[in-house]
Design a binder for this molecule. Structure first.
Ligand code: G3P
Ligand code: CA
Length: 235
């Protein structure tokens, strides 16, 4: 079972920053999960919220700010003064580092409430440029993006993010030709896992942070967990 560091491992540094990513690598995480959106001038950048207010010393919507404007802000000190100086990363900057590591990568495309037309193609072209197709899973709560990814490159693995417990679980994946289901861990159960297995659909579950919860998802059987604290679960 693989251990992905959620937003780079939020327990070890400010989310979605190089400080968190390097810490996750040092901790022995198998992979990184990160979130991407678009700037005003069309750069793919790594940020969870559609506004920068919570995770920087700036404010405003990403879609209204250019990359050079965004680079002026600090994305580390809000978490702890020790992390002052962390900058917003482009996906390209991140991938330059990623290819020097053995890490797996889960890129979550954030679409909604702000919709970023064309973000899927920009992300795929970057993954291709860095020869990472075999090490990447693209996930999204916005399922049309996953369909678009498969249309653009059918060999890229995709994962369907969702909350709740649908009746027809596998249909969620089949509707968009996805390889994985990415459920919230509390919605997992044995029937869910059996149905996925029978249909050759993998399960990567989020966000597992406690030992009891980890033991439960292990007993059900998943391919990977996405966690804020990878160091806790790495044997
Ligand atoms: O990919 C799992 C998890 O990251 C989804 O939720 O809100 O943390 O992006 P969120
Ligand atoms: Ca995410």
């Amino acid at each position: 079972m693989y251990i992905y560091a959620h937003r780079g491992g939020r327990a070890g540094g400010p989310e979605n920053t190089m400080a968190a990513f390097t810490n996750a690598l040092a901790c022995g995480a198998d992979g990184i999960e990160l979130d991407v959106q678009l700037t005003k001038d069309g750069h793919v950048v790594i940020c969870h919220d559609y506004k920068i207010n919570r995770t920087s010393d700036g404010c405003g919507l990403l879609k209204n700010l250019t990359l050079s404007e965004l680079k002026e802000f600090d994305f580390g000190a809000w978490y702890d003064p020790r992390f002052k100086g962390q900058k917003l990363l482009t996906l390209a900057e991140y991938l330059e580092w990623h290819i020097t590591t053995p890490l797996l990568l889960n890129i979550e495309i954030k679409n909604g409430p702000v919709i970023y037309p064309g973000i899927e193609e920009l992300v795929i072209r970057l993954v291709e440029r860095y020869h990472l197709v075999d090490r990447v899973i693209i996930s999204s709560f916005y399922h049309p993006s996953l369909l678009q990814v498969k249309k653009l490159n059918s060999t890229i693995k995709t994962g369907v993010l969702f909350e709740g417990r649908p009746i027809h679980i596998c249909r969620l994946a089949q509707d968009v030709c996805a390889d994985y289901l990415h459920p919230f861990w509390q919605n997992l159960d044995s029937n869910f896992a059996e149905a996925a297995r029978a249909n050759r659909i993998g399960i990567n579950t989020y966000t597992v942070n406690d030992q009891d919860d980890f033991d439960l998802v292990c007993s059900i059987g998943v391919d990977a967990i996405i966690t804020d604290c990878p160091e806790k679960f790495i044997r």
